[in-house]
Each structure stands twice: as structure tokens, then as C-alpha cells.
Design a protein around this ligand. Structure first.
Ligand SMILES: *Cc1c(COP(=O)(O)O)cnc(C)c1O
Length: 363
């Protein structure tokens, strides 16, 4: 049997009764946009995040980021700093908000490096996006200290960090706004696209509610220029059903990661900061012979992935973002060496052990 990086059909088979009941409830009610499923999910997710004041559900993680920047007052001509090792949508969101992305480097934990952030700041910088990459929260105290010294808004990219914690507080509640994606393979995933913003600011929440729904305060009363970026009722109902299992699923990921930490040899293991709870959206190791290792694993029935094979400025569409006079060497080197081993809540201990055995066997 092949060991995969995700298995959404198997997941549906395992939770069919709960999901089908949620879907039937929505179909029978006949309300598909901005009804009680969305507002119930927003309340449940806010409570899951430790009593966050507001959760505003939106269409996807990319728009959660773009709309948060807009709500925070980011405008054309402003600069927003983000790491060079991230999913491209982090950067796309900055341009969707009309601003200019400025790339900073990551540290050896794959998170935004505080010194590199500080060096990337200019008079035009308005916001920073720390990305909690692979499910590990960034060093938020250091980032917050720099942001407050320079008057920058913090929009967290928590799209891979549902349930992760920094000093006992949930990722996504640590900045001015925290953005989540519910892309199907995320730790909490919909059956399609979905996203949400978490914020404790009444002002940001009010703007986000307008921005996601054509700028309407009431029907046909347009007090702002907005987008259409809504989570739909079906996805909200499915997410509410799945949210009940998120803690247990994250614990399974952490257990599998524990086996990897114990039994892997011959690759560089991920580095974990103190005082964080990592939720292992990905388990990412480094190897100088990454491509050979991947081929060997695949020949033996283990599929892997690379998040991401290029730093953002190494992508043709974003080549112009390569900074002059600042190094992004950690991001570039990581992209050439990293490989994501299978980790998801339907894998068993024996699957992780098989992967370890093959990695050890690979020469
Ligand atoms: C998934 C992801 C996004 C984008 O989310 P979508 O829902 O696909 O728009 C942004 N940033 C990171 C780090 C992600 O992993």
C-alpha cells in the first residue's frame, strides 16, 4: 500500500456520517450564503482559538491575507515584508491589496528571521506577514518588538498552523489579524476552498465584514468598496463537523512526528523553538541528496512532496522581488534541500516506522 502525503477520500470514508449529516442539513434548509452555518462556525473557531474576539470567514486563505492588509489600511505604494520561503499566495495577497512585497530571509527553523526583517524595513513599510511555516509559530515576541518600534501592522499567515501555540496562545491570535486557509489538505480543511481571519480589533472586524461582502452594511447599502470573498454555508457546515476532531488529529500528527524524531537517521531533522506547540502541517527534513532520497522512497511506495522547491524570488513571476544588497541565502538553500515526509491523521505508527526504515536504508 502506498503511503501518501494526504488521503482525503479515506478521510471522508472515516467521517462520512458526520459530514453527510452536515451537508444534508444545509441542502434541506436552502440557505447557501452567509447564513447560520457560517456564523456558527465563526463562533466555534473563535472559541477554539482561545476566545478570540472575532472570526470573519472568507473565501480562501489568500483573500484572508489580502483583505486583512486592506482592513489594516495598507495602500498602493506601501511595502509589506514577508519571508522568501513560503507558499506563493502569501506574496500574491500583498499585491492583491495593491502593495509591494519585500522579501526577508528565514532562519534555520524555516520562520521569518528577525534580523533579516529589520534590514528589510524602509520608510514605506506598513506591515509584516510572519508565516508560521509547516505548523510552527514564528518568534512572535521578537517580531512584535520590531513591528512596534517601526509602527508596522502584523498580519499572521497561520494558513498551516491551525491549533499551533506560542507561549500558550494560539497562532493566529498573536498579531493584529491572523489568517487561516481551509484548503482541503490543511490541518483543518474544507471540501473546497475556505478561509478566515481572526482579530481582537473591533475596527478591523467591522472593515472585514464589509470587505468580504461588496462593502455592504445592509442589503444594497454600500458604505465601502468591497470584494466577494465569502465562505459558503456548505463549507462552513463541513468545517464545523471537522473542527470537533482537530485537536485529536493534531495530536496524531505530533505522535507521528515523535516517531520521526526518534527513528530518522541520515537527514537533518526540523528544529523546534522553545515554548511552542508545533502542529506538523508538514514534517520537513533536509538532505543534500534530496531528489535521490525522494526517488528511492517513491520506488518503495512512499510519496513525498517539497514545500517549496524554489524560494519566491526564484519563481519566474516574482524574479523582480530578488532584493539588491540583502541575502535570502537561507531560503534558497532550504528550497534545494528540503523534503516533506508523509504526516497526516490517517497514517499509523507503522507507516511512519516504514518511512524511517527506508530513509535510514537510503545511502
Ligand atoms: C495554503 C496557504 C495559503 C493560501 O491559502 P488558500 O486557501 O489556498 O488561498 C497562504 N499561505 C500559506 C502559508 C499557505 O500554506
Amino acid at each position: 500500500m502506498t503511503i501518501r502525503t494526504a488521503d482525503l477520500a479515506a478521510e471522508h470514508a472515516a467521517y462520512r456520517r458526520e459530514i453527510d449529516a452536515a451537508v444534508a442539513r444545509v441542502l434541506d434548509r436552502g440557505i447557501f450564503i452567509l447564513g447560520e452555518e457560517v456564523s456558527n462556525f465563526e463562533k466555534q473557531f473563535a472559541s477554539y482559538l482561545g476566545g478570540a474576539k472575532h472570526v470573519i470567514a472568507v473565501a480562501n486563505g489568500t483573500e484572508a491575507l489580502a483583505l486583512s492588509l486592506l482592513a489594516a489600511g495598507v495602500k498602493a505604494g506601501d511595502e509589506v515584508i514577508a519571508p522568501a520561503l513560503t507558499a506563493v499566495p502569501t506574496i500574491a495577497a500583498i499585491e492583491m491589496a495593491g502593495a509591494t512585497p519585500v522579501l526577508a530571509d528565514v532562519d534555520d527553523h524555516f520562520c521569518l528571521d528577525a534580523d533579516s526583517l529589520e534590514h528589510a524595513i524602509s520608510v514605506r513599510t506598513k506591515a509584516v506577514i510572519p508565516v508560521h511555516l509547516y505548523g510552527q509559530p514564528c518568534r512572535m515576541d521578537e517580531i512584535k518588538e520590531i513591528a512596534s518600534r517601526h509602527g508596522l501592522a502584523i498580519v499572521e499567515d497561520a494558513c498551516q498552523a491551525h491549533g499551533a501555540e506560542y507561549k500558550g496562545r494560539k497562532a493566529g491570535t498573536l498579531g493584529d489579524a491572523g489568517c487561516f486557509s481551509f484548503y482541503p489538505t490543511k490541518n483543518l480543511g474544507a471540501y473546497g476552498d475556505g478561509g478566515a481571519v481572526c482579530t481582537n480589533s473591533d475596527e478591523l472586524a467591522e472593515k472585514l465584514l464589509l470587505l468580504r461582502n461588496y462593502g455592504q452594511r445592509k442589503r444594497y447599502e454600500h458604505v465601502a468598496k468591497g470584494w466577494n470573498s465569502r465562505l459558503d454555508e456548505l463549507q462552513a457546515a463541513i468545517l464545523s463537523a471537522k473542527l470537533k476532531h482537530l485537536e485529536e488529529w493534531n495530536e496524531t500528527r505530533r505522535l507521528l512526528a515523535g516517531i520521526y524524531f526518534e527513528k530518522l537517521r541520515g537527514v537533518q531533522l526540523p528544529k523546534i523553538y522553545g515554548q511552542v506547540k508545533h502542529v506538523f502541517h508538514q514534517f520537513v527534513v533536509r538532505s543534500p541528496s534530496r531528489d535521490g532520497l525522494r526517488a528511492f522512497l517513491e520506488e518503495n511506495g512512499v510519496l513525498t512532496d517539497v514545500h517549496y522547491p524554489k524560494a519566491v524570488h526564484e519563481q519566474p513571476a516574482y524574479a523582480k522581488l530578488a532584493p539588491r544588497g540583502r541575502s535570502l541565502a537561507n531560503s534558497e538553500r532550504a528550497a534545494a534541500e528540503i523534503v516533506s515526509l508523509p504526516v497526516h491523521h490517517l497514517l499509523g505508527k507503522e507507516d511512519a516506522e516504514k518511512v524511517c526504515g527506508l530513509v535510514v536504508e537510503f545511502k
